[in-house]
Design a protein around this ligand. Sequence first.
Ligand code: ATP
Length: 358
Amino acid sequence: MKIYKIAAIPGDGIGKEVVPAGQKVLEALAAGCRDFAFEFEDFGWGGDYFRAHGAMMPEDGLDALRGKDAILFGSAGDPHIPDHVTLWGLRLKICQGFDQYANVRPTRILPGIDAPLKRCGPDDLNWVIVRENTEGEYAGVGGRAHQGHPIEVATDLSIMTRAGVERIIRFAFRLAQSRPRRQLTVVTKSNAQRHAMVMWDEVAVQVAKEFPDVRWDKELVDAMTARMVNRPSSIDTVVATNLHADILSDLAAALAGSLGIAPTANLDPDRRYPSMFEPIHGSAFDIMGQGLANPVGTFWSCVMLLEHIGEAGAARRLMEAIEIVTATPALHTRDLGGDATTDEVTRAVCRQIAATAR
Ligand code: ATP
């Protein structure tokens, strides 16, 4: 029997509710299964760890994660710690430390979800956004001088390497090729940003030649927001820079009905390091500790985790269980207009999984 070692990092806020829920559904899948089991190790890193130790995670934290098959992450964010400290001290430290250069964000309108676009049927919105996850606008290069003086200066330098652009665009073409429509939109802003984004466009033209069976087009990021709203069915796979895709994927999640549903995978496609799976929402302190958190984004992230470790059958079973539950209005959490609790949704998904046990 294969035993998968999973690191669980709930982090902050509702991460502490949705990650244990994710562990429960994974355990439910493994229960009674002769093929695989999970061995979880919990890491209490995040805001509370920062208060006790002055850092979001230990200096040698990456070493503790290195031997894992995957990481299930909740969120990092704390009302009493600046956002750039929580983000760079934990999530980005792992993403960049493990060179998880492909951030993959599928978006679909799940059964039973009331999405805001009136003219958009469930089949009209089925996207995967690929975000460059290690450089670009979030390269972390920059600085401040003359702090506190009127002549203060601050810079954030966007860094794009040809190798970094090539690998993410190639990954996106490959992903597009594996989907039925074989279609990719390369998001750019090369009209205004005339150096790095022009190189980005050139690399897209070059890599596209390796994928003659993929139809592709180019869209400016501003026009892309309008296209997502007005012509959702014209989109399938999308690739964009770190910042552009960060924004577009929040819009995508909202168009699919709720931030609470959307999943993401931070992948090292070369499999040198563990990849990390997380809901796209943040710590949502306004609803923490009340059982209001929608765990579906985490469950869908678990589907991506299972696909990544090679358990496609279990991934399918979990996705089916999720869709049966979202199709039931009595099992909607408050963000979807219902009054079900995190625990009720989790138990319902576990019941569905048990019902399909082999
Ligand atoms: P952070 O600063 O960590 O990114 P945030 O609280 O600013 O977090 P999000 O957590 O991304 O931002 O979400 C914004 C709002 O959406 C939350 O305040 C919450 O009300 C709602 N929300 C987010 N995730 C969920 C969820 N899983 N279930 C229910 N509501 C959610």
